[in-house]
Design a protein around this ligand. Structure first.
Ligand SMILES: [Zn+2]
Ligand SMILES: [Zn+2]
Length: 248
């Protein structure tokens, strides 16, 4: 399986401008984007989109996305992703993706475009649990083997607070420095967790979260260890515990 993960230099701000410009994003492009956005993992393939636009096959969907991408490239002036033969892989402008066995391609909305889409059109209900955070029931997750009980409280799932925390601290793990996007490329964007420093037992009802004081970005590995005792380890304790850098 080949995964298409090329960088395209379009920020969430630039995508937001694209989304509100009807000379670039036409109504039917918005239908395509909404369908992909609202799908699980923001992922869909052209043949699934086709019936929603009254097309019988996926080819016209591909053509529409290519025309949209061309307008996006004209507006933003970015260099679009290229194939080995130098031609442009147009669908890869708004989407990451991968080839499927039947010759079609599955599209995943670029994380910057997801961010812009939510800014412009609001967040859909199905997305209240953001990518990367554990899906939790009663704020409790049993880890593999049910040995450790991980408490992910609702403050760690508050999307606005999370965004503010990452704006302030950046998206590298506060414990080990792990950087998803650096390691995995564009698909790694926005996958970092946030950890709430204040132990649950000390939180009162009227407590109001301060994303800079109370939250830190952490990678899922460190997050798992942070919650490996009832009172979470502190970030400083965790740093002291790391006894070897990642094997390379
Ligand atoms: Zn880490
Ligand atoms: Zn945590």
């Amino acid at each position: 399986m080949r995964f298409y993960n090329d960088q395209v230099e379009i920020s969430a701000d630039a995508w937001a401008e694209v989304l509100v410009d009807r000379t670039v994003t036409e109504e039917r492009d918005l239908i395509v984007l909404r369908l992909v956005y609202e799908s699980v993992n923001h992922e869909m393939h052209a043949s699934e989109i086709a019936p929603h636009l009254n097309y019988k096959r996926h080819a016209p969907v591909n053509a529409r996305v290519a025309r949209f991408s061309k307008r996006v490239v004209e507006k933003t002036g970015v260099r679009p992703p290229a194939r080995e033969d130098g031609s442009t892989r147009w669908w890869h402008v708004p989407f990451l993706g991968y080839d499927k066995r039947n010759g079609t391609c599955s599209w995943i909305m670029r994380p910057e475009l997801v961010e812009a889409y939510e800014r412009v059109f609001g967040q859909s209900d199905s997305e209240l649990v953001y990518p990367g955070e554990m899906t939790v029931q009663d704020s409790t997750v049993l880890s593999e083997g049910a040995v450790n009980k991980i408490f992910v409280n609702h403050y760690e799932r508050d999307k606005q607070a999370r965004t503010k925390c990452i704006e302030h601290y950046g998206c590298r793990c506060a414990v080990c420095g792990f950087d998803f996007e650096k390691v995995y490329g564009p698909i790694g964007r926005d996958k970092i967790h946030v950890h709430h420093l204040v132990p649950l037992s000390t939180i009162r009802k009227e407590y109001e979260i301060d994303p800079v004081r109370d939250l830190r970005p952490v990678c899922p590995n460190c997050h798992l260890i942070l919650h490996s005792k009832r009172e979470p380890f502190t970030i400083e304790e965790m740093r002291g515990m790391i006894n070897s850098p990642f094997p390379r």
